[in-house]
Ligand binder design. Sequence first.
Ligand code: GDP
Ligand code: IMO
Ligand code: MG
Length: 430
Amino acid sequence: MANVVVVGLLWGDEAKGKIVDYLAQDADYVVRYNGGNNAGHTVVVDDQVYKFHTVPVGILNGGVSPIIADGVVLDPQVFAGEIAELKERGVDTGRIKVSANAHVLLPYHRLLDSLEESSKGDKKIGTTGRGIGPCYADKISRTGIRMSEFIDPEVFRKRLNDILKRKNAIITQVYGGDPLDADAIYEEYKAYAEMIAPCVTNTARLLFDASQACAGIVFEGAHASLLDIDHGTYPYVTSSHCVAGGACIGTGVGPTMIDRVIGVVKAYATRVGEGPFPTELNDETGDLIRKCGNEYGTTTGRPRRCGWFDSVAVKFTAAVNGTSAIALTLLDVLDQMDTLKICTHYEIDGKRVREFPSDVEVLAKAVPVYEELPGWKQDISGISTFDALPANAKRYLARIAELVETPICVVSVGRKREQTIILDPEMLEM
Ligand code: GDP
Ligand code: IMO
Ligand code: MG
């Protein structure tokens, strides 16, 4: 069986959750490798809507073992809530495993996230406010608390006391905020630690052994390539390795063990939070896309910024992920459009470019150059084969594949599993 990475090709919310769920039907493991509960992955099965933030979406399939790997930052309070909700809905949560190396997100991370954002004024990033940046900052500065320490009550107590002294100094003296109470945090969080302890294990070893035994593993990317800490639109990014390479860093699975990378991207573009977005539409067309695509954040409920498909950005991210093929999602959202636009180039300082600029100041100056294609003006949400798609929809797909120099293996025309058109079954084989 295969090891397949599913990764977002723009700024998040590309419907990675739907594609992972589709692949999970034939997989043995689904592994979250980066980020935390800043992610919001929606999956619709039999008219039931599930929203995931920390738990891998594969949990909905009885044969799948869900893994939260080393590269994730886990908020125990959110995790406990998500597990309780899934149990209430009859999902078996007993199979989930959490890496002993995953970092623990605690209340001071959340508080510092909001204090840092407020202090930035108009330079704010527009974070989800979940404490992600401060938790990864602790990890990188080697002061974070890992799962193995969190589930040992004595070690956790000692580490928390030491860390909170320093964090409270920053909270009160730098930001003028109110200090947090170590006793209160310990009392609440030791209950979460007891609940999580049986799940904690060496997940890198587990995945290596599974791979040797030819298991099928789906790596569930969170956020997306242009939010990657190194390859994204820095500083308007998240704090983890979102690109496909992050699947190796965040799990301990070596690069030679990855068989395929599926890049997920919408038939148009969206972004939540601040930062440049060349094809953004601040007009009626943007509003129509938001309405038809229900473009409101799964995690924060914020309206998503909407725009035309950007082939300059996607050509870059398809390359940086070593994308084998693309899953193009939410094509049905464009059903009502008379004309569609695809950005083929940027104009920057009077020059036409097809390279995605790495400097955010340069990207902010990019004026999109568009090619227009006719719309199909027809409801495609019930179509289940490529052949049955309207000619103009096929033309739109072919032009995108040509411009981003990557084949399309899946087209999604609705939220449900069955609203998935397979163009290249081999790419989806587990
Ligand atoms: P993720 O973060 O990449 O997993 O994406 P989100 O779940 O945050 O956002 C994608 C949204 O689009 C979800 O509400 C999905 O249910 C929905 N969705 C997925 N595929 C399709 C599709 O093909 N058509 C439509 N209309 N909605 C879709
Ligand atoms: P999924 O997995 C969309 C964005 C935030 C903000 C920036 C930094 O559902 O695609 P953070 O809280 O991570 O420090 O915020 O990153 N962001 C996302 N946008 N989908 C996501 O996840 C996101 N995760 C982070 O809006 O601009
Ligand atoms: Mg999302």
